[in-house]
Design a protein around this ligand. Structure first.
Ligand SMILES: NC(=O)c1ccc[n+]([C@@H]2O[C@H](COP(=O)([O-])OP(=O)(O)OC[C@H]3O[C@@H](n4cnc5c(N)ncnc54)[C@H](O)[C@@H]3O)[C@@H](O)[C@H]2O)c1
Length: 370
């Protein structure tokens, strides 16, 4: 078994890491972390939408070579990828929102499937060894909402366009793995491709519409009641550093044993520690220090968007094969997250330091459990 977490701390130093979606919420945390680990980073994504986006807060342009472009531009993506000659790739660029996907299904399918195909197609022409982690989601599972803990071999394909687009991306990944990057020809192509499925991620600096923490913060800042859509829904809430640690641990394991680890891995919270949406809201209000909440029945006009109410994720494979495990309880994850927004609201200049301190704190926890 790989040693927990610390297996990746030295492996990225001086290595070239290509990240799609580097301007987003998770991408910004990842480039900050990889920069601290000494990696040379090139990012490929659309421009951040707001002046207060996390990418600007962490001064992302100083941490990486940033290409602002559409992942559906296959020729440009190939040019940028091949000229960089990466050792590692983390593919995160996506349209990641369920409710937006109901309003813009074609855009969601196009970005999430074609974007993935374009990246893997470009990889065919990369003439060096490369380790690739494709980030999909826990929502790829065909969710029966019956309390089952989904394992990596369970059936894929759920109802909403976002979930379906990510399951479709996984079929594309599997096709490229079998057709162009198969185990028998590994000595020739030298590409190891894995899939990482994480649950609902929370953390400082996420401003995405229709996500629980940004919605809570927006209401608390305006001193309005927090509107709760699905109070009893259970999702695998986890702090952003947990899945990112999973992605880094997985990539490091692949770099050491490329064929053994080129599969799919779930990264979620421990089974006994799941929170309902209502519990998340209550905890957030307690940490913020003031505020109230109310339940809403408002739906999008014309359609009734289905959002899974219960989603359980088994993390046994990541624990047993990678030695990865979550370090924060959901309560701690919410507390860390709300504290970041509180400190940012009182002094925006502290946003970057607070991210760096969180990463160092997490690395210290990894040392303790190793
Ligand atoms: N945040 C979560 O709770 C969560 C949970 C599971 C999986 N994921 C997955 O993790 C990844 C990152 O999510 P996030 O929360 O950081 O999302 P985000 O919206 O903050 O970031 C998305 C990134 O993708 C880029 N992107 C979007 N469309 C693009 C296009 N057409 N061309 C190039 N780049 C494009 C954006 O510019 C941005 O950099 C996504 O693949 C998402 O599906 C997120």
């Amino acid at each position: 078994m790989e040693s927990m977490g610390l297996g990746f701390t030295k492996i990225f130093k001086g290595k070239k890491v290509f990240i799609t979606g580097h301007t987003g919420f998770k991408g910004s945390w990842l480039i900050q972390w990889l920069h601290l680990l000494g990696a040379e980073i090139k990012g490929y994504a659309l421009a951040p939408e707001n002046s207060f986006d996390l990418y600007h807060i962490i001064e992302g342009d100083k941490l990486c070579q940033s290409v602002i472009a559409d992942i559906r531009d296959d020729a440009l993506l190939k040019k940028e990828l091949l000229s960089f000659e990466p050792d590692f790739i983390f593919h995160m660029a996506a349209q990641p929102l369920v409710r937006y996907s109901y309003l813009h299904p074609l855009e969601t399918f196009s970005v999430n499937t074609l974007g993935t195909a374009n990246l893997l197609d470009a990889l065919k022409d990369l003439k060096k060894a490369c380790t690739v982690v494709c980030i999909t989601t826990d929502k790829v599972y065909h969710n029966e909402e019956n309390g089952h803990y989904y394992t990596e071999d369970d059936k894929l394909g759920d109802k909403d366009p976002y979930s379906a687009s990510k399951a479709a991306a996984e079929i594309i990944i599997s096709s490229y793995q079998h057709s162009f990057f198969n185990a028998e020809l590994f000595p020739v192509h030298q590409k190891s491709i894995s899939v990482a499925r994480a649950g609902n991620v929370i953390g400082g600096g996420d401003w995405s519409k229709d996500r629980i923490i940004p919605d809570i913060i927006s209401s608390l800042q305006k001193e309005k009641p927090v509107v709760v859509r699905n109070p009893t829904a259970i999702r695998p809430w986890q702090h952003v550093l947990e899945p990112l640690c999973g992605y880094l641990t997985l990539a490091a394991a692949q770099a050491r044993e490329p064929l053994k680890f080129s599969g799919a891995y779930n990264f979620g919270p421990a089974a006994v520690e799941e929170f309902t949406v209502e519990q998340v809201v209550k905890k957030a209000i307690a940490v913020w220090g003031s505020g109230s909440s109310m339940v809403s029945n408002i739906m999008l006009p014309g359609i009734q968007p289905h959002e899974a109410g219960l989603l359980h994720l088994s993390i046994e494979k990541a624990k047993s094969e990678l030695g990865w495990m979550p370090l924060f309880s959901p309560g701690e994850a919410i507390e860390q997250t709300i504290c970041w927004y509180k400190s940012w609201a009182s002094d925006p200049g502290e946003g970057k330091n607070s991210i760096i301190n969180s990463i160092h704190h997490y690395m210290n926890l990894l040392h303790e459990v190793s």
